[in-house]
Design a protein around this ligand. Structure first.
Ligand code: PHE
Ligand code: FE
Length: 278
């Protein structure tokens, strides 16, 4: 696989550590790279102020991700650590599953160093620093969500051993990346894949095409997903405790059932047990 960030000289000159991390070398971002962040930030904030979950907006504000330019981890990490014990590390490209889960289980979130080019504002093959930091970090400032992410890392290591990662990955996809929440103010976005996308931030809430289905753990673990299109189904939680509590149970019996009956649901499929949200 070719990596879209290979032209980032600060990445290519470094030999990653055994945990795949590299240095951010924040001083070496160019003025243009910072300007791309600012452009993306301004564009997203404008559409997210009444679409993103209150907890996401709170995280953005508390961590001052609104300061101009790509965040400097030397400033961001102490602030995030003080809130929930999480820190961000930089990686050169996507890391192997076991490495990713081990980082999460230790409250470290791996983020890409590179930022997309100006001609790629809306489509990326691989997560960049805007998706990873703007998209994921605000929710890591929320204590319940922070615990969920760590538990997911532990669960990921287990699923890897049991050969059930395909099912568990769907949970990450439909919550961490593309989750919606039914907040007191109405339907809101908390998924990083949506909040970091200009088009999908509007589509996920306002378009009449996609299904919006009440969160159901077993259902999600049977639901396929597509990585290169807007979603055809979103799953809606009531609050973050619902997510955390539902995933605290031992997944062993769930995995047994998934192995015994391998029924899966298509991306746009609705089943009788679904409870549809507007
Ligand atoms: N409880 C899950 C297990 O037994 C682990 C997990 C926690 C998975 C949180 C996802 C999210 O494997
Ligand atoms: Fe992501």
């Amino acid at each position: 696989m070719s990596h879209s960030n290979i032209q980032d000289p600060v990445i290519s000159r470094q030999t990653p550590r055994s945990d795949f991390s590299i240095d951010q070398c924040w001083l070496e971002y160019t003025a243009d790279e910072h300007a791309v962040w600012d452009l993306l930030y301004a564009r997203q904030l404008d559409i997210l102020k009444d679409r993103a979950a209150p907890e996401f907006l709170k995280g953005l504000k508390t961590l001052e991700l609104s300061r101009t330019g790509i965040p400097d981890l030397k400033r961001l990490n102490p602030a995030l650590k003080a809130l929930t014990g999480w820190e961000i590390i930089m990686v050169p490209h996507l890391v192997p599953d076991d490495v990713f889960f081990t980082h999460l289980a230790n409250r470290r979130f791996p983020a890409g160093r590179f930022i997309r080019r100006r001609d790629q504002l809306d489509y990326l093959q691989e997560p960049d620093v805007f998706h990873d930091i703007f998209g994921h970090v605000p929710m890591l400032a929320n204590p319940v969500f922070a615990d969920y992410m760590q538990a997911y890392g532990q669960g990921g290591l287990r699923a890897l051993n049991l050969g059930t990662l395909k099912n568990l990955a769907r949970l990450y996809w439909y919550t961490v990346e593309f989750g919606l929440i039914d907040s007191p103010e109405g339907l809101r976005i908390y998924g990083a894949g949506i909040v970091s996308s200009f088009g999908e931030s509007q589509y996920a809430l306002e378009n009449s095409e996609p299904n919006r289905i009440a969160f159901e753990l077993n259902r999600i673990m049977r639901t396929e997903y597509e990585i290169d299109k807007f979603q055809k189904s979103y799953f809606v939680i009531n609050d973050y405790n619902q997510l955390f509590d539902a995933t605290q149970q031992d997944f062993g019996p769930i995995y047994e059932r998934l192995k015994a009956d391998t029924t899966s649901y298509g991306t746009d499929q609705i089943i009788a047990a679904d409870s549809l949200i507007r």
